[in-house]
Design a binder for this molecule. Structure first.
Ligand SMILES: [Zn+2]
Length: 487
């Protein structure tokens, strides 16, 4: 039976049953131009065709038949004529994410219906509640949603933002709130909010999903970021060697702390076989972690320079490991051993991109592999050019010795950002390739800002691919573009 219908605009009607939620989009003349299955965001039909009317007729008949023939469970009346019996229930000592999830639920329900759901810590037995709680047995920031026979709703979230994503799933999938860009958001107006009985769970294959947002318009729109399930605050790898052992402080007195290149010590890079360098890095990192105990990721990563130390001790390690990444990983492993409850990101970048032959990164060392040399016109796995082939080999090699890899990917035109950069077709195969090779963290340097080539679409598509690399890309792009067409 039809459990909800609402007009998102003069030209958009959503009909919802327990089996399907479909949106009919009309042109200014009132004729149907597309029909979208909102459960899967797949485009069922576009343009006016004879089959459309056959399908619509069948669709409506199916609703009527189901209404008459089956004793379907009643819809949950979350809001009825602007009033509600529900309270949002969070733990008595809620964490930051549980509290934000509750506030999001409250604020968007109020925007849609005008109804203010109270946020409380306890309700009486038998009362209707929306229970929001972080749970420990959910993968990464995934979530579970279920409703009981009394119509109470339970949103269990994994660590970090699981509760928030569970709330947003209800707001987006069932209430019709869609946030596409900073200035394109659909918040329907409806005094009645009905929910079906829900039993679903979802989580991502990726633990950290970060996309570079180049302007505050995007990066400070927290609701938009949460709708896209991406973060901007994950402390990914960046060049930190010089911050631990600044050449300005140490080079004159201790040139042996720094890289020997062509027989001469230079300040651009450290000598990683020097034990005093290791001691200095650990000492400084201890000070930093004590001052910021809540921070988990602490990069210990090479400076942005193409040279590395060629002293006898470093060269011996490079020979054993068959790669200049050998001294890097041995050094970073020693640091990581001192911080077992922290994660230490380091680079596989430029000279250190090839994996070492012997040493394996410690469990709490994150390898950040940078794809800046690969060809963007073809999927990496299908490309035979030297740079892509080399990256492919290195990715597979690192994937064999580490299950904590971050890819720093480059998905825009760095020569001229607004210029066309037709790489939308390689996003999915590349992100699927990364997932198959133990990549669980992402920094997608996409330089999202208004005016850059397809920036908003790229953000929408990339964020959904990072959550689930196997989505139907055409359906997601069609949904975005069809909605934009109505804008
Ligand atoms: Zn050295």
């Amino acid at each position: 039976m039809i459990i909800a219908s609402h007009y998102k605009s003069k030209r958009s009607i959503v009909l919802e049953s327990y089996a399907i939620r479909a949106e009919f989009i009309l042109n200014p003349g009132g004729k149907l131009v597309s029909l979208i299955n909102r459960e899967t965001n797949s485009l069922l039909y576009k343009s006016i065709q004879k089959q459309v009317f056959v399908f619509i007729t069948g669709f409506l008949l199916a609703f009527l038949v189901s209404c008459c023939a089956f004793d379907t469970p009643r819809a949950i009346k979350l809001v009825d004529s602007g009033e509600s019996n529900y309270s949002i229930v969070i733990p008595s000592n809620p964490n930051k994410q549980e509290r934000r999830a509750a506030v999001l639920f409250h604020d968007y329900v109020r925007q849609v219906s005008g109804c203010n759901l109270p946020i409380v810590h306890h309700i009486e037995d038998g009362s209707s509640g929306i229970f929001i709680k972080e749970k420990g047995n959910i993968t990464y920031d995934g979530y579970r949603i279920r409703t009981d026979k009394n119509g109470s709703i339970y949103i269990d979230g994994g660590k970090s933002k699981g509760c928030i994503y569970g709330v947003i799933t209800i707001l987006d999938k069932y209430v019709g709130c869609h946030l596409y860009t900073p200035d394109f958001k659909i918040i329907p107006k409806n005094k009645d909010i009905r929910l079906p009985y829900i039993e679903l769970a979802d989580s991502s294959v990726n633990e950290n999903r970060m996309i570079h947002l180049a302007t505050k318009e995007f990066s400070q729109d927290q609701d938009l970021l949460d709708w896209h399930r991406i973060s901007v605050d994950y402390n990914f790898a960046h060049h930190t060697f010089n911050s631990f052992v600044p050449w300005e402080n140490y080079f004159n007195e201790h040139p042996e702390y720094f890289a020997l290149v062509n027989g001469k010590r230079i300040p651009e890079q450290l000598c990683l076989s020097n034990r005093e360098v290791l001691r200095l890095v650990i000492k400084k990192l201890k000070e930093q972690t004590v001052a910021n105990p809540e921070v988990v990721y602490w990069p210990v990563a090479q400076n942005d320079s193409e040279v590395y130390c060629e002293c006898d001790d470093c060269n011996k390690i490079i020979a054993e490991e068959k790669s200049p990444s050998g001294p890097v990983i041995r050094f970073v492993n020693e640091v990581a051993k001192q911080f077992p409850d922290k994660i230490i990101p380091t680079f596989a970048y430029q000279y250190s991109q090839p994996a070492p032959a012997v040493v394996k990164p410690a469990e709490n060392v994150q390898i950040t592999l940078c794809s800046f040399t690969v060809n963007r016109s073809k999927p990496i796995a299908a490309d035979t050019c030297a740079n892509s082939s080399r990256f492919m080999k290195d990715l597979v090699d690192w994937g064999k010795i580490s299950n904590r890899i971050c890819v720093w990917d480059y998905t825009c035109n760095f020569s001229y950002f607004p210029a066309p950069y037709p790489n939308l077709h390689v996003l999915q195969p590349n992100i699927q390739l990364f997932a198959k090779n133990n990549v669980v963290d992402h920094y997608q340097q996409a330089d999202i800002r208004t005016g850059n080539a397809f920036a908003e679409l790229k953000l929408y598509l990339t964020s959904r691919l990072l959550w689930n690399p196997d989505i139907d890309v055409s359906a997601v792009m069609n949904e975005f573009l069809t909605q934009l067409e109505q804008y």
